[in-house]
Write a protein that binds this ligand. Structure first.
Ligand code: 5GP
Ligand code: MN
Length: 325
C-alpha cells in the first residue's frame, strides 16, 4: 500500500478525540513522514485542553475549524488511515468528506470490537490490545524499526496507552505492554510530567462540575448495581463547560463497591451522548448496541440518544432493569 514513491496519506480518528486517538495518530504520522510520505492528521471535532500540550498536537486538523482544507486533502489522499475506531459513524461530520474519495485505499488500525470489515482494504484490528497506541508502537517497530521512535513519539504513544488503560488499571494489561512502556522509558519519556499534564491540570470549573455530578446528580438504582449521571446543556453552561471537562466522570460511580454499570448522559445541541462503563462480565458494548445505537468495548462503550434528557434517563433505567434480568 505504501510502496512506489511518496503517498498522500490522510490519518483520521474519532469524534471527541481522546489520548489514544491523538497519540496513535501523531506517532503514525511521524512514522510516515520519516518514510518520505505526506501525512495529514484530522479529527472531527476539537480535543480537550488536557491533551493540547502533546508534542505535535498542532499538526492535528480539526474538521469543524478547517473543513474546506480537510475536504480538499481528503480528495487528494492515496491512502486513508482510520485509527482508534472501526465504524465510519464515529467520524460524524467527517464521514462524507472521507467517502467523497472513492479511489483511496482505506487502512484500519484499531482495537474496538466488531470492525465494519467491508469498509477497509486492509485492517490491523486487534480487539485484545489495550490501546491503538500500543498497536501503532508494534507496527512502527515492525515497519520502520523501534529505533525510529524518538522521545516525542514515545510521549504521545504513552499518553494513548496510559489513558485507554485508566493509568494501567483496566484489562488487557499484558507483560508485553509493560515491556513497551519500559522501552518508552528508555527513550526518555517523563512519566510524572505526563501524569501531571493529563490528570492534574484541570480548571477549577471542571473540578466543581465533578463535585456537582457526584453530589446532587449521581443517581444510584437497581439495588445499588447501576448509576446514572445526567448533565443538561443548561447545567454545563453554569460551570462554563469546555469540551473534555467531563472526561472520566463516568468512572467514579464504579468506585462504589456494589455498582456494576455506570452511565454519563451529556447533552449537546444535537443529541445526548451516552457514555458507559462496567465491571467484570457486564457487557456495555452489547448494551450500547442494543439500546443506544453505539458500541465500544465490553467494559467501556458509548452511544447516543435523540430523545429529551428526561426521556433518555427513563429509557436508560428501563434498559438496565431489562439487561440485568
Ligand atoms: P467514551 O465513553 O470514552 O466516549 O467511549 C467509550 C468507548 O466507547 C470508546 O472506546 C468509544 O470508541 C466507544 N464509543 C463511544 N461512543 C460510541 C458510539 O456512538 N458508537 C460506537 N460504536 N462506539 C462508541
Ligand atoms: Mn483507544
Amino acid at each position: 500500500m505504501l510502496a512506489g514513491g511518496p503517498k498522500n496519506v490522510l490519518i483520521v480518528s474519532h469524534y471527541n478525540p481522546d489520548g489514544d486517538a491523538l497519540g496513535s495518530s501523531i506517532a503514525w504520522a511521524r512514522m510516515l513522514d520519516g518514510l518520505g510520505h505526506h501525512a495529514m492528521c484530522v479529527v472531527p471535532n476539537n480535543f480537550p485542553h488536557f491533551l493540547d500540550w502533546m508534542p505535535d498536537s498542532s499538526r492535528i486538523r480539526v474538521y469543524t475549524k478547517c473543513s474546506d482544507e480537510v475536504r480538499e486533502a481528503a480528495l487528494k489522499a492515496d491512502i486513508i488511515c482510520c485509527l482508534d475506531f472501526n465504524n465510519p459513524s464515529r467520524l460524524e461530520g467527517l464521514t462524507a468528506a472521507i467517502e467523497a474519495n472513492i479511489h483511496a485505499r482505506r487502512l484500519l488500525i484499531d482495537h474496538h470490537l466488531a470492525p465494519s470489515d467491508k469498509y477497509f482494504d486492509l485492517a490491523f484490528s486487534y480487539t485484545d490490545a489495550s490501546s491503538t497506541s500500543y498497536i501503532v508502537y508494534k507496527l512502527i517497530s515492525r515497519f520502520a524499526g523501534a529505533h525510529t521512535i524518538d522521545r516525542d513519539m514515545g510521549t504521545v504513544l504513552y499518553v494513548g496507552m496510559m489513558t485507554d488503560t485508566g493509568n494501567f488499571s483496566f484489562s488487557f494489561l499484558t507483560p508485553d505492554l509493560f515491556r513497551v512502556v519500559a522501552a518508552l522509558v528508555e527513550k526518555g519519556i517523563d512519566i510524572p510530567w505526563i501524569n501531571y499534564k493529563v490528570y492534574n491540570s484541570y480548571t477549577e470549573e471542571r473540578v466543581r462540575l465533578l463535585g456537582y455530578s457526584l453530589g446532587p446528580k449521581m443517581d444510584i438504582f437497581e439495588k445499588g448495581r447501576a448509576a446514572c449521571i445526567s448533565l443538561t446543556e443548561k447545567e454545563l453552561r453554569r460551570f462554563r463547560f469546555k469540551q473534555g471537562d467531563s472526561e472520566g466522570f463516568v468512572n467514579y460511580p464504579l468506585s462504589i463497591e456494589t455498582v456494576e454499570m455506570s452511565a454519563l448522559l451529556l447533552e449537546n445541541h444535537k443529541f445526548i451522548r451516552v457514555s458507559l462503563r462496567s465491571r467484570g462480565d457486564v457487557d456495555v458494548n452489547a448494551f450500547a448496541r442494543r439500546y443506544f445505537d453505539g458500541g465500544g468495548h465490553r467494559n467501556a462503550a458509548g452511544g447516543k440518544s435523540t430523545d429529551s434528557m428526561e426521556e433518555t434517563v427513563v429509557r436508560y433505567k428501563r434498559a438496565v432493569t431489562e439487561f440485568f434480568r
